[in-house]
Design a protein around this ligand. Structure first.
Ligand code: ADP
Ligand code: MG
Length: 727
């Protein structure tokens, strides 16, 4: 039997897309008009609420004051009116359970009235509190199934918004999600709590510098990387459907070697998608700023302007949802996984983080003369101290199955946490540690060797892409965050560890001042001491190099290559003490997170292993057998004709070898899976990592070998070349 028909047509994928609005007229977009169109913004509130009520609410939003029920009732009415005017029929408390995704359950505004009609109703209590039957969300032991109550609570600091669909729309109210006993079952609550402690400590420090701030918050802006592939391919790959990444697949002859994709001209269909996605994001009040092609073929990036951490985290979730949703309108699937394609660059999410007062002062702005800017140096030092003391927590905050494929693979920062600070600040710190800082290196002008081009101001320090945590001008950039993950826990960790470091420095300072030292003198001493304790965290060299690994070890820095090396440390006494001291997470909440994340890791790997096995057995194996039959027939017929059959014979042997190897690898995986019986989740997860993962790699190797030998028309899966290059 021969069969020369592909089971799908990559050409169709390339041809058969059409933009959603296939009208010939270009739709013009007025950003200022549509921006925030679907969010219930402060202006809307101010306009619709009685002045006194608005003032009260503003205090809650801006200064973190307790909300009262009168305000809630008034807001509920205003919010319902706004939403129903926009056509919303339902509302939902929108929250972020520890799955890392978002959750919603819709309720209609409709209440029947006596005359047989209906009115739209929505009260203050509907707004403030919801009670989803939340027993199916992970609680890591915080909630037994028999006490299934969970509550959602309105977060007035993050604007409500409307989600649209061609057939209707609904109101989403950002909420926190907690158990019956008040323990946080979500990602939002700890962010709010951590920002509270950060606010308190930062204001305490600012007082020393005579700066009056209403509120200090961390600010966050994320650069999100993602892949787009044609849906035609996505649905033909069980691995992409179950795991978001390809579990088998040989490297294409051409990957990113030509460096031709990064910042390249954006292909037509992709641009159509981007414009549409951005429009949706603008409507949701998400300030998207940049877009470009990334390093790998089929890889792109989008970044918004920074916002307060809590809102940025909500918006990040919305951004991921929106990218996925809109991609489908263009026949694409948007892949957010950290490593969708082996051998091709993976995706990350740079988390830019800084501190800002509500009056708009960026506390990490060094100015032209950082050596002279004690306030900046104080906060900068606190951050370095925090990162040094809590490398483990930063590493844990980015630990999950997807990111294990990416960290330390010469495309992303290594699993060793260090901080890059650039030449200028390294020099200032050097001076500080050796007596006192007298000057700051200046950048000067960059001449381009021809008078027609302008001279450009040159930064005093270059960039460094290999650092996991880099100071980039007036913010730190946490570069090891994974593309698919919620940014909440990394924010919680940064907020808390920095609050703690500020707390420690302030305590030292206040003590010195009380003992009669001048503020200036004490500041110098405290900063110097903290820097000399934590300077080992500073590394300005090549973070991808092997030498760095050795040097980091000599410096005593932590190197935690995988999730299962990092996660067990979450419950170390040091970490429990820290989170409890700052009332961000209690012991039970920390243990529950550890358990949930270990379980997620375990489940992810189990799904991957099962999928690998079933694809190998039910798709790859049969394809190879069919091709072998054809080859075997051919060998015999050629022989029958009295001709030399070396070619077919060799190929037959090769495919047969591949098949035998595949068989052995599959047996091995079976054995391993049968023997995982550790009772603890952490133990099981570690076992799976150490044993299942290598077995999957063996299967993959045999499959990829077969992919290179089996006839193309028999191969049942879209291959890398098609997925990465057909747009
Ligand atoms: P860079 O060129 O260093 O990458 P950009 O200005 O392009 O800097 O910003 C990259 C990301 O950093 C954007 O998402 C931006 O919003 C964010 N960002 C800039 N300033 C801050 C800040 N003060 N706090 C938090 N994020 C910031
Ligand atoms: Mg950047």
């Amino acid at each position: 039997m021969t069969k020369l028909m592909r089971r799908y047509d990559p050409l169709a994928a390339a041809r058969n897309w059409s933009p959603k609005s296939n009208g010939s007229e270009r739709e013009s977009m007025n950003i200022t008009e549509i921006f925030g169109e679907n969010t219930f913004q402060q202006e809307d509130l101010e306009e619709r609420l009685p002045q006194a009520i608005w003032k009260d609410l503003e205090k809650t939003i801006e200064e973190g004051e307790q909300l009262n029920s009168e305000v809630a009732d008034a807001v509920a009415v205003a919010m319902k009116d706004w939403a129903t005017e926009k056509g919303a029929t339902h509302f939902t408390h929108w929250f972020q359970p520890l799955t890392g995704l978002t959750a919603e359950k819709h309720d209609s505004f409709i209440t029947p009235n006596q005359g047989g009609g209906a009115i739209a109703e929505f009260s203050g209590s509907d707004l403030i509190q919801g009670e989803p039957d939340a027993s199916s969300f992970p609680s890591g032991g915080l909630r037994q199934t028999f006490e299934a109550r969970g509550y959602t609570a309105w977060d007035p600091t993050s604007p409500a918004f409307i989600m649209e669909n061609d057939n209707g729309c609904y109101l989403c109210i950002p909420t926190a999600f907690a158990s019956w006993s008040g323990e946080a079952l979500d990602h939002k609550t700890p962010i709010l709590r951590s920002n509270e402690t950060l606010d308190k400590q930062a204001k305490r420090a600012l007082k020393l510098f005579d700066v009056d701030a209403k509120r200090v918050s961390s600010t966050v802006g994320c650069e999100q990387e993602y892949f787009l592939i044609d849906q035609e391919f996505f649905y033909r790959r069980p691995d992409l459907m179950t795991s978001g990444r390809t579990l088998v697949g040989a490297k294409p002859p051409r990957g990113q070697e030509l460096d031709d994709h990064y910042f390249g001209t954006i292909q037509e269909r992709v641009l159509s998608f981007m414009l549409d996605a951005e429009k949706e994001l603008y409507k949701l009040g998400i300030p998207v700023k940049t877009r470009h092609n990334e390093v790998a073929p089929g890889q792109f990036e989008i970044a918004p302007i920074f916002e307060r951490c809590n809102i940025a985290a909500d918006h990040q979730q919305l951004m991921m949802i929106t990218l996925k949703r809109i991609a489908r309108n263009y026949g694409f699937e948007c892949l957010l996984h950290e490593k969708p394609f082996d051998g091709v660059n993976g995706s990350g999410k740079h988390l830019n983080w800084s501190l800002s007062t509500s009056e708009g002062m960026n506390l990490l702005e060094p100015g032209d003369n950082p050596h002279d800017n004690m306030q900046f140096l104080f906060f900068f030092t606190a951050i370095l101290k925090a990162v040094y003391e809590h490398q483990d927590l930063l590493r844990i905050s980015i630990a999950h199955a997807g990111n294990d494929h990416r960290l330390g693979a010469n495309e992303a920062p290594p699993a060793i946490i260090s901080a890059y600070i650039g030449d200028q600040l390294a020099d200032v710190i050097d001076q500080l540690l050796n007596g006192g800082a007298k000057k700051s290196k200046q950048g000067g002008l960059l001449g381009l060797g021809t008078p027609v081009l302008p001279s450009l101001p040159k930064h005093a320090g270059d960039r460094n892409r290999t650092s996991p945590f880099a100071f980039t001008g007036n913010k730190f950039e946490f570069r090891a965050v994974g593309s698919s993950q919620s940014i909440s826990f990394p924010i919680v960790v940064l907020n808390t560890i920095v609050a703690d470091a500020i707390d420690q420095l302030c305590t030292d300072l206040e003590e010195k001042v009380e003992n009669g030292e001048s503020l200036e003198e004490s500041l110098g001493e405290v900063i110097r001491e903290a820097l000399s304790d934590s300077e080992d965290i500073i590394f300005n060299g090549d973070g991808y190099s092997e030498e760095w690994e050795k040097e980091a070890e000599e410096r005593g820095l932590l190197n935690l290559p995988t999730t299962m090396d990092a996660l067990p440390k979450l419950t170390d006494d040091k970490n429990i003490d820290l989170f409890e001291k700052h009332q961000v997470l209690n012991k039970r909440e920390i243990h529950s997170r550890q358990e949930i994340w270990a379980e997620q890791y375990l489940t992810t790997l189990n799904i991957e292993a099962d999928t690998t096995e079933s694809m190998a057995k039910t798709m790859i194996y049969p394809a190879a057998v069919r091709y072998m039959n054809e080859l075997a027939d051919n060998v015999e017929r050629i022989d029958g004709l009295g001709l030399e059959n070396r070619g077919s014979m060799e190929m037959l042997k090769k495919v047969n070898n591949g098949l035998n190897d595949l068989n052995d690898a599959l047996e091995e995986l079976r054995e391993i899976v049968l023997h995982s019986d550790d009772e603890s989740i952490l133990g099981n997860a570690a076992y799976v990592k150490d044993n299942v993962r290598p077995a999957m790699t063996k299967i993959r190797d045999s499959v990829d070998y077969l992919e290179r030998h089996v006839a193309d028309d028999y191969w049942p899966l879209p291959i890398y070349r098609e997925m990465l290059f057909v747009k």
